[in-house]
Write a protein that binds this ligand. Structure first.
Ligand code: ATP
Ligand code: MG
Length: 313
């Protein structure tokens, strides 16, 4: 279907037109092993999606399928509502989990080479290679052989390679793994800029603190299935538990609220996991009767707890 065309919909018709990437019902077996079992992933235009799941959940297999590197047994992958074409795939920047650079090529030459493969002119590729080498912090290493670079710097090259043709869709498989804090900040900024420019970005990561700060939307998968999608704050709010944290000003009472689990905390601080249905005002009033506190908070758990609750269920 063309974008912008007129369609007539009869009652009962199911119709899904979305801008950006839509992977629906993906299935893939490797022999007896079911790697993908009806997995769904949507990444809208201008959206930054964190793709999370335990080891072996199917993230890399999904990303490889989006790139057309893994043949699926079932499901559909579309871009702007139409099946993803060879042309669309040239407009993807991919950072594979198993990094794949040519060790005997030079940094600038390598980035430009991938730019050429993606359809840039010779001059265009050389310009963009210089720009992106600079941007990933390797402006002074353009003439070095890839094999002479540290692992983290090779990863910066891998990022420049994914970005050289400034693609509409970025698929980044654990892009933060092994990067130093300066490179993490650089990559976060680059991702945010691409998204602000209208690109779609999906990245996998096990660094949930980073994901929590960065991603607009999360898709959490396990056993080849999509478990939940939503913003970090939505998923945190949907948690069946809340954390009550009290910093006491004076002696710490032995008190614990009803149905609470006490969590490890520094001296003078009590942290309880309580059901989300708890009456927060009542808990605060009870705490105030038991002792004097300097601060008290009642919040949904962090993304790490949410992740563990979801993948364990
Ligand atoms: N080429 C292959 N041959 C056989 N099994 C495979 C192959 N590729 C992936 N698998 C299996 O498919 C499942 C999904 O793997 P995948 O690499 O997609 O997981 P992942 O979510 O990326 O995990 P990780 O967080 O460890 O990177 C795993 O059980 C894995 O062992
Ligand atoms: Mg993986």
């Amino acid at each position: 279907m063309q974008r912008g065309c007129t369609v007539s919909i009869s009652p009962g018709d199911e119709i899904l037109i979305s801008d950006g990437l839509s992977a629906h019902g993906l299935s893939k077996r490797f022999g007896d092993l079911v790697a993908l079992d009806g997995l769904d992933l949507t990444v809208g235009r201008g959206q930054l999606v964190g793709f999370l799941g335990p080891n072996g959940a199917g993230k890399t297999t999904t990303m490889r399928a989006i790139l057309g590197l893994t043949a699926l047994d079932g499901g559909t992958i579309s871009w702007d509502g139409a099946p993803m074409s060879v042309e669309n795939r040239r407009d993807i920047g991919y950072m594979p989990q198993d990094r794949g650079l040519y060790p005997r090529m030079r940094v600038g030459e390598h980035i430009a080479y991938i730019g050429r493969l993606a359809g840039l002119s010779r001059e265009g590729a050389a310009d963009k290679a210089r720009h992106w080498a600079e941007r990933v912090g390797l402006g002074d290493r353009e003439n070095d052989l890839i094999q002479e670079l540290s692992t983290g710097n090779q990863q910066r090259v891998q990022l420049a390679v994914a970005l050289v043709h400034e693609p509409t869709l970025l698929v980044l498989d654990e892009p933060f793994a092994g990067l130093d804090p300066v490179a993490v900040a650089m990559l976060s900024t680059v991702m945010a800029e691409r998204v602000a420019g209208g690109a779609s970005v999906v990245f996998s990561s096990h660094q949930l603190d980073l994901v929590q700060d960065l991603a607009d939307e999360l898709t959490i998968v396990s056993d080849g299935k999509t478990r939940v999608t939503g913003s970090t704050s939505e998923l945190r709010r949907r948690s069946p538990t809340r954390l009550l944290r009290i910093e006491w000003d004076g002696p710490e009472p032995s008190w614990a609220p009803e149905n609470a689990t006490r969590l490890d905390a520094p001296p003078g601080v009590s942290v309880f996991r309580v059901p989300a249905s708890s009456d927060s005002a009542r808990l605060i009033a009870e705490a105030a009767r038991e002792g004097t506190f300097a601060s008290i908070s009642y919040e949904p758990p962090g993304l790490e707890d949410v992740f563990l609750e979801i993948v364990a269920s």
